[in-house]
Ligand binder design. Sequence first.
Ligand code: HEC
Length: 112
Amino acid sequence: MNLKHTLLATTATLLLAASQTLTAADVAENWTKHCGSCHGADGTAKTKAGRMAGAKDLTDAAYQKQFTDDQILQRLKDGVSDKGKEKMKPFKGTLTDDELKALVAKVRTFAK
Ligand code: HEC
């Protein structure tokens, strides 16, 4: 193996390792990309899309007590619909279980 190949192999290994370990930055990025449009950067859902969808304030501890981690995970996987109208889309094809679990943990940080 010459130097170039060694470097390529090393880079590939590093990329693979990176894709398997979720960092706080990954979780923050997923939140911004997939959740923030409705729930807002701070979880208060004071965004245009959040108001339209009817998302509630995730900094409200009383609201957060209404569901367990497993229930949130399930609803993130399957999405939330009301009378046939989709309120939150299912994320199971877009994000992995680990990514969704990390987002559940992030959701919990909004309510203190
Ligand atoms: C299209 C807007 C939209 C997006 C994008 C969105 N949500 Fe929601 N989400 C909602 C709405 C609307 C509700 C409230 C459903 C209801 O009436 O109870 C909700 C509810 C929730 C709840 C409350 C618990 C529950 O089970 O209802 C949590 C937690 C949550 N979302 C997390 C997330 C996370 C994490 C993401 C990103 C992976 C996300 N949401 C993306 C609109 C959205």
